[in-house]
Write a protein that binds this ligand. Structure first.
Ligand code: HEC
Length: 177
């Protein structure tokens, strides 16, 4: 998506991802934490789009297999919402585009995309989230664990959800010190 002149959004947007950019090193563990903080309240990580913890809602599509998916292509699960802005955008969720989108969803898509999200400036945090998103697929062992949990349990418990996010022991009550 060109980030040229003409968008009318008040927040200034500087595309910090040059063409030909490839994902540098990062941490799936840090990415999982950042995802939990910034994304999990609106996005499922499960193939069936479930939202297994209180306070979360499937406002957006599941992030299961989001990498290299075409925007708006996911089968809508639950109440997940996807607007024509994303469907018509033609964006493919490469790492570079995910980086740009996470920085400023509306500026990047040049549309009033319905993701009510301030954006993350920190490059490394976005890189880490990309690394985490790469685990959400059947090719990754963590992804296979998520698939197994989806198949075997009607709904994972909060603890299992935390474990799937790499936060075992934190989502549930912490062990006595
Ligand atoms: C306040 C809720 C909310 C938060 C927080 C949020 N999103 Fe979203 N997201 C949405 C909604 C709603 C959409 C659909 C927007 C539309 O269709 O206009 C969406 C769409 C997306 C899409 C496009 C999916 C597709 O299939 O095309 C991606 C990728 C995405 N979000 C990633 C993220 C990431 C990564 C984070 C955390 C850094 C995040 N979102 C935080 C609500 C949210």
């Amino acid at each position: 998506m060109s980030s040229s002149a003409g968008f009318r959004f008040s927040r200034p947007y500087e595309d910090d991802i040059p063409d030909g950019w490839t994902l540098p090193e990062g941490s799936t563990k840090r990415g999982a934490k950042a995802f939990k903080k910034h994304c999990a309240q609106c996005h499922s990580i499960y193939p069936d789009g479930r939202v297994p913890f209180a306070g979360a809602a499937a406002w957006g599509p599941t992030m299961w297999q989001v990498c290299n998916r075409t925007a708006g292509a996911v089968i809508i699960t639950g109440n997940a919402h996807i607007s024509k802005y994303l469907k018509d955008s033609g964006v493919v969720w490469t790492d570079a585009n995910l980086m740009r989108y996470m920085k400023n969803p509306r500026a990047f898509t040049e549309s009033p995309v319905q993701m009510n999200f301030a954006g993350i400036n920190d490059v490394q945090m976005r890189v880490d989230i990309c690394h985490y998103l790469h685990t959400l697929c059947p090719e990754h062992p963590d992804g296979r664990a998520i698939m197994a949990a989806t198949e075997t349990t009607p709904l994972p418990t909060l603890k299992e959800f935390g474990a799937a996010l790499g936060l075992a022991g934190r989502a549930a009550s912490p062990p006595a010190a």
